[in-house]
Design a protein around this ligand. Sequence first.
Ligand SMILES: NC(=O)c1ccc[n+]([C@@H]2O[C@H](COP(=O)([O-])OP(=O)(O)OC[C@H]3O[C@@H](n4cnc5c(N)ncnc54)[C@H](OP(=O)(O)O)[C@@H]3O)[C@@H](O)[C@H]2O)c1
Length: 321
Amino acid sequence: MKAVVYTKYGPPEVLQLKEVDKPVPKDKEILVKIVATAVNAADWRLRKADPVAVKLFFGLTRPKKSILGGVLSGIVESVGSKVTRFKAGDQVFGSTGMSLGAYAEYICLPENGIVAMKPYNLSYVEAATVPFGGHTAIHFLRKANIKPGQKILIYGASGAVGTAAIQLAKLYGAEVTGVCSTANVDLVKSLGADRVMDYTKDEIDGEHYDVIFDTVGKIPYEAVKKTLKKKGTWILGASGFSQMFQGYWSGMTNGYKIISGLALEKEEDIRFLKELIEKGKYRAVIDKSYPMEQLSVAHSYVEKGHKKGNVGVIIDETYNQ
Ligand SMILES: NC(=O)c1ccc[n+]([C@@H]2O[C@H](COP(=O)([O-])OP(=O)(O)OC[C@H]3O[C@@H](n4cnc5c(N)ncnc54)[C@H](OP(=O)(O)O)[C@@H]3O)[C@@H](O)[C@H]2O)c1
């Protein structure tokens, strides 16, 4: 099969289209013919080992897993002898977790992995973009125990995590303020934000928020101190070392509850997202899509940090409807 592989950490050009062995499903695995995947922030971070601590888990001198890609949609081609939940022909979407491997024509997934039937009302490429932002936003909003009527500020409202967080926080009944740049104000409003602030023009002040969710690790600390309620919750969704330090220090001095760390994906959440999508309560936000052959171009674009929602990758155009 064709796959985009990398054998060393580095710039987008380390991604190379190659022929590799097609995987064979074990007893409790399904073999999925991948129709679409996506390029997420995690992908370029793994590709270039940024932060360098990536190497501790994914290979000290070279990547241990040569095929990136953590999300997918596709069609079950065959199933292992002990699989009961899926059958050949099922249209599915999901995440590969830490196993990666979705930049390829085929993948084997455990039948009890993060995989569900694809929402009937999404194309394959739309479906592939849902799990990354969706799971991350669900994880952090649940940890923050967001409640109806609470005021939340979502910083970085136009990215993969931000566009998911806006929609989910509204569904949880919160009063939502999104922060983005001028070009994304209409998008953030269209996702249901009650109020939108433009970080290129507006000073973040005024409201006293119960929760601040910084999805991009860029909110100025002064803005947090000015606008987060005493004992409010600060979600550090993407913090570097200095923001993490500020976060924990301010937690001790101002009584904030600090939430950070890795977002864990749960099997039930992929079904939750599917239900919301099929009921018309949640939508996929796609900036643009690239063919598999242009995965390195897609990486260059995503790495700039200004995509709107998600960037899809079409592995097999004939099925992408
Ligand atoms: N903790 C975890 O487990 C976990 C899980 C998933 C992701 N993450 C991390 O979360 C971060 C966000 O992921 P993502 O996929 O949402 O990223 P993304 O889609 O690449 O974010 C792009 C968005 O960020 C906005 N942005 C850039 N600079 C900004 C600034 N100074 N202020 C406000 N918004 C700004 C951009 O809007 P403009 O173009 O308008 O600037 C753009 O829409 C990444 O660093 C990722 O590694 C962490």
